[in-house]
Design a protein around this ligand. Sequence first.
Ligand SMILES: C[S@@+](CC[C@H](N)C(=O)[O-])C[C@H]1O[C@@H](n2cnc3c(N)ncnc32)[C@H](O)[C@@H]1O
Ligand SMILES: [Zn+2]
Length: 315
Amino acid sequence: MPVSLFICPLCQSPLQPAADTWRCDGSLHPKQTSHPFDVARQGYVNLLPVQQKKSKAPGDSQESIDARKRFLNHGHYAPLQNLISQKMTELLSNDELIDKQDNKSVNWLDIGCGEGYYTQAMAQMGSDVIDTLIAADISKPAVVELAKVSKLSGRLWYQPCQEDTTKTTAVYPLVTSAAHLPLHPHSVTGISSIFSPILPEAFDNVLMDNGYLVIAKPDVGHLATMRDALFDDVREHDSDKFLQELAPYFTLVETCRVSTELTLSAEDLADLTTMTPYAYRARSEKRQALLAAVEKEAFSTEAKFVVYILQKTSV
Ligand SMILES: C[S@@+](CC[C@H](N)C(=O)[O-])C[C@H]1O[C@@H](n2cnc3c(N)ncnc32)[C@H](O)[C@@H]1O
Ligand SMILES: [Zn+2]
């Protein structure tokens, strides 16, 4: 791991990872006080101070994480997972950018990583593509889930194989807010935000010059037949609005689209409506009618995604 990647969420002093407790050195604290952060049994670190929490349990609930995990593990969104891995491998094989870093190590931040369906695919790309993968989410149950899977695959940041010559990508699962990233300015090579918050200034701050930003969003027409069944008046996804907010900091390099036909069982459809905001906005009788219909016959719909690749504009 590069020196000085993490900073304390309380006083912004350098934060040193260690097996039991991470500690900041307190150098930027008015009283030079050092802050400790315990490593949880599952291997994640909670770097979200209470004062940065807007609710008792911020982010996705255990219920939506469980639904998303079941749905994604059935492979329905595999074409998007493959596209993201392929594009990131292409970007990070760009020697020109990587050579500009002193220590040549690639640090990637996956913000709003959830339970890590896309994050695990990034880790599987290997340490010759990404050395350090920071998997960050404001939801504690999501990060717990991600840490468990990373541990099983031997990729957790403190696991012994990280010391071997056959090094794997080291995954750091962190509970943190996208608005207060516990990372040194200019320390990360790239950020991915897959259906997750986009904070132009916070991302610009932690990215190195010319660093990458990969964003995935639902495209126009995403799950159209499902939304038709749930709503009287279907509003389209406003896919591009955030690009204007990113424009002062980032240049759009590439836009890629991928779509896939889905044939869903009753269980899949129930999970899909639970893991998306539709579940909460749809009228309950419409949701019940849709779920009753799919008990008789599998439901067909099309998932449509758009992936934006941006690069930090050099100053
Ligand atoms: C739609 S989910 C996407 C999860 C994952 N990237 C995926 O596609 O499977 C959005 C995630 O963003 C997280 N999130 C929401 N607000 C956040 C914030 N301010 N900082 C960090 N994560 C946040 C939620 O807890 C949730 O896990
Ligand atoms: Zn501190």
